[in-house]
Design a protein. Structure first.
Length: 260
């Protein structure tokens, strides 16, 4: 993922609300969201180019029908790239398939986090989430509230994060939420002036091209959007919208289940 907005215990109807855009190179092979045949309780997409010898794929975001959830964004720092770093997508997969509690898992990742290129990792379940980055010290428990995460640390006020958080708060004023509301929110293509943009080592023209919530450039852009809505009763909607990269028409798949 490259832009994640989420709300935890911050809405009268929903204990967890998430909407996110995955930005990626168009040529990177991807499998859209589905239940994983080798782990049928896990729902999410797969990065087919981050595959281990045993066939396990990385992913940008996935969750289990029991309520475990994990997601990752890259921390953008092109001045400090490691050429042989492991795939960050496996940080998500490993949490969901391994029999460790959240704290145990994060303490293990914390010991090896500097082997990876920059990342932001959110893991836990729909009641309790934790955050770890290799550009920030420590493991942070997420308190009730609304959050935005892009390619810097959690809640960094990049223009698109601030815009997205404002839009999210407006949507959260509704008693009942529909995936369509959140998908449309994430289609915002507003670009921001140079003086508001960070310098992450890619040049200011590229910074501007990537400054919008929804990205369209030659060869790279928003490949899919995801919405997760979990009511206090446990009723859950997981919805993914995948974009046709020729004309940005889309196909939407939704899954419904109840988290125990």
């Amino acid at each position: 993922m490259c832009l994640i907005l989420f709300s935890l215990h911050h809405h009268p109807t929903y204990k967890f609300v998430l909407t996110a855009n995955r930005d990626e190179f168009y040529e990177r092979k991807t499998e859209p969201a589905s239940y994983w045949p080798d782990h049928p309780g896990i729902l999410g997409g797969k990065d087919l180019e981050a595959k281990r010898e045993n066939g396990t794929c990385g992913t940008w975001m996935a969750m289990t029908t029991s309520g475990k959830i994990a997601m990752v964004t890259n921390y953008r720092d092109f001045k400090n790239l490691k050429s042989k770093a492991p795939s960050r997508g496996h940080l998500v997969t490993d949490f969901l398939i391994r029999d460790l509690n959240t704290q145990q898992y994060l303490h293990q990742v914390e010991k090896i986090k500097n082997e990876y290129n920059g990342f932001n990792l959110l893991v836990g379940d729909v009641d309790n989430l934790f955050y770890l980055s290799n550009y920030k010290d420590g493991i942070e428990k997420i308190l009730p509230g609304s959050y935005g995460l892009s390619n810097h640390v959690l809640n960094t006020p990049w223009p698109k994060v601030s815009l997205a958080k404002s839009k999210m708060e407006d949507v959260l004023k509704n008693a009942i939420l529909k995936p369509e509301q959140l998908f449309e929110m994430m289609r915002d293509e507003t670009h921001f002036p140079y003086h508001q943009l960070p310098d992450t080592g890619i040049g200011m023209e590229r910074e501007k091209a990537l400054s919008s919530m929804f990205i369209k450039t030659d060869g790279y852009g928003t490949r899919c959007s995801t919405v997760v809505l979990v009511k206090h009763s446990g009723e859950t909607i997981f919805s993914e919208r995948t974009y046709n990269l020729n004309d940005f028409s889309f196909e939407t798949k939704s899954f419904e289940f109840k988290v125990d």
